[in-house]
Design a protein around this ligand. Structure first.
Ligand code: NAI
Length: 507
């Protein structure tokens, strides 16, 4: 406690110092983060600009935003009125849809009309954040020249967003199934979007504005894309930026359970005595799941705080003290789970350690330790729980940005975390017939015991390497894990999603 206080004082002193120095160092904006379980109207203070509303896909997107309490403004001069009309029935959420045709031909007048549409600050209440949604229309991109026009369209969107978005806003590019077609011009246009939106995320990050692409594969229900887009627009995704998320499978669009997103589910989280794992346990429990907390045999004391907090809330929970980096530990854990819970719906492979050395100085012991915990445990646990995980379940594997980009002194960790992404793709294929989605999370710099041990100057440098100029919280990883394990993220599988505030490294 005292140690933390000293650290906080030191870090606020450092902030004060940084502010006064003539250094190219920027300070971050405060990120909004929702507390507790997900509410039905999480987008109440959002004003959503939609550049297109012409097809049933667009309508589904608008309907989801309205349902979650947002004010949707349709800018499309060619909007399909019939689609729109059905949407404006009185909504309990308070969400509404309005039309404000705005022509993009003249950029100046387009900007003027957008600025006029910006919501005014409502007394002392929180300022409405903007979600700017640009839906791609690549169906007509048949020639090479059309690619140039599409890029000009990207420019107009980015330029407009840069001029109107208030801190904490979002810019989303939606790729509907009709634009997923892989003809040459469309492939070029989508490749360009990759470079473009990542660059925007770096430019916008210092204002806490985040940028994403949501791509829907053909024959996926548009409701899935809508659920992903609304999640990325809300207060549980503020630390995420530069994600390209694909709705690449089409499970039933299950209605959400009012008793909690994970009501009636059982989740097993490895290495959950503290840090990110403990935060995932809290988040899953808040959404109604029963929780099995695994950690090393001697870690009951470390796990006590999390276990007590869950039990106080009446959550069904069990402590599973096993070293899952060994086959036997994972098998013994499976037996304990069978006895305690009978089956499992969600597995989070979170246990991890670092043993950093350059490859020249790396001992075989340190190599094996890092590989056995970060990768071996995930192989053993998924194998041991194969017969216990129920159809329709979910698996989340903790990887790392270092598995994507590599990092000096971390060959063992980076190789293992990269292999986790491979394992995730293989498992996603293997278990697709059982309706189980499998994804990896790749955190960047998250405030935990591991990273708090870093010297202040290294921590400051690591922050400056992110677009949002700040580290994430365990809660940020936990929120994304909850989304992926729930019906909201069920259409996503075989993907590695970064939780890194837009780190400068890696793709
Ligand atoms: P942490 O060190 O706070 O917690 C890890 C937990 O795993 C500990 O409680 C530890 O006792 C447990 N554990 C270690 N070996 C185990 C084994 N063989 N069997 C069972 N449990 C075992 O770590 P943190 O920061 O919460 O990280 C969680 C995961 O996220 C790890 O996989 C880590 O590599 C990954 N990650 C964390 C980042 C960060 O910035 N904190 C960045 C990127 C990835």
């Amino acid at each position: 406690m005292i140690k933390n206080l000293v650290k906080d004082v030191a870090s606020s002193a450092a902030r004060g110092l940084i502010k006064t120095l003539p250094l190219p160092i920027s300070l971050p904006v405060f990120l909004e983060r929702a507390k507790g379980p997900r509410g039905p109207h999480e987008l109440k203070n959002r004003t959503v600009f939609m550049t297109r509303l012409q097809r049933p896909f667009d309508r589904e997107i608008a309907a989801e935003y309205v349902g979650q309490g947002a004010q949707v403004i349709v800018l499309d001069p060619k909007a399909n009125h019939e689609l729109l009309d059905g949407l404006n029935k009185p909504e309990a959420s308070g969400g509404r849809i309005h039309r404000a045709p705005s022509d993009r031909d003249s950029l100046d007048s387009y900007l003027r009309s957008l600025k006029e549409l910006l919501p005014k600050k409502d007394g002392d209440g929180p300022r409405s954040k903007i979600v700017f949604i640009h839906t791609l229309d690549l169906d007509q991109a048949k020639t090479q020249d059309s690619v140039l026009e599409i890029l000009e369209d990207y420019y107009k969107t980015g330029h407009a967003a840069a001029n109107i978005l208030v801190p904490g806003s979002r810019l989303l590019f939606l790729v509907p199934p009709s634009s997923h077609n892989q003809d040459a011009p469309q492939r070029m246009a989508l490749a360009a979007l990759g470079g473009f939106f990542r660059t925007l995320s770096k430019e916008f990050g210092k204002k806490g504005i985040t940028v994403h692409v949501v791509e829907s594969w053909p024959s996926v229900h548009p409701g899935h894309c809508a659920r992903i887009a609304t999640y990325l627009s809300g207060p549980r995704s503020s630390f995420l930026t530069a994600l390209w998320v694909k709705a690449n499978r089409n499970p039933d669009l299950t209605p959400l359970n009012n008793a909690g997103l994970l009501h009636g589910k059982t989740a097993i989280i490895t290495g959950a005595a503290r840090g990110i794992g403990a935060s995932i346990a809290e988040a899953f429990a808040a959404e109604g799941a029963a929780i099995g907390i695994n950690d090393l045999p001697n870690s009951e004391k470390a796990a006590a705080k999390t276990l007590q907090s869950l039990r106080k809330k009446g959550v069904r929970t069990a402590f599973l003290p096993f070293n899952v980096a060994t086959k036997k530990g994972a098998q013994d854990m499976a037996q304990a789970i069978r006895d305690e819970f009978g089956s499992v719906d969600i597995i989070v492979n979170n246990a991890g350690i670092t043993r950093d050395r350059t490859i020249k100085r790396m001992s075989p012991e340190n190599w094996n330790l890092a590989v056995n915990v970060n990768l071996g445990a995930q192989l053993h646990v998924t194998e041991a729980l194969d017969s216990l995980i129920r159809d329709g379940g979910s698996v989340i594997n903790l990887s790392s940005v270092m598995g994507i980009a590599g990092n000096f002194g971390q060959t063992n960790y980076s190789a293992a975390k990269a292999a986790v992404i491979g394992l995730t793709e293989v498992l996603a294929e293997r278990w697709s017939s059982r309706d189980i989605n499998v994804n990896a999370l790749a955190p960047g710099f998250i405030e935990t015991r591991m990273t708090s041990a870093m010297p202040l100057i290294n921590r400051e440098m690591a922050k400056q390497l992110t677009a949002l100029l700040q580290p994430g919280l365990p809660k940020d990883v936990a929120d994304l894990a909850t989304f992926l394990a729930s019906p909201l993220g069920a259409s996503i599988t075989g993907q590695a999603l970064r939780v890194d505030g837009g780190m400068a490294i890696g793709k």
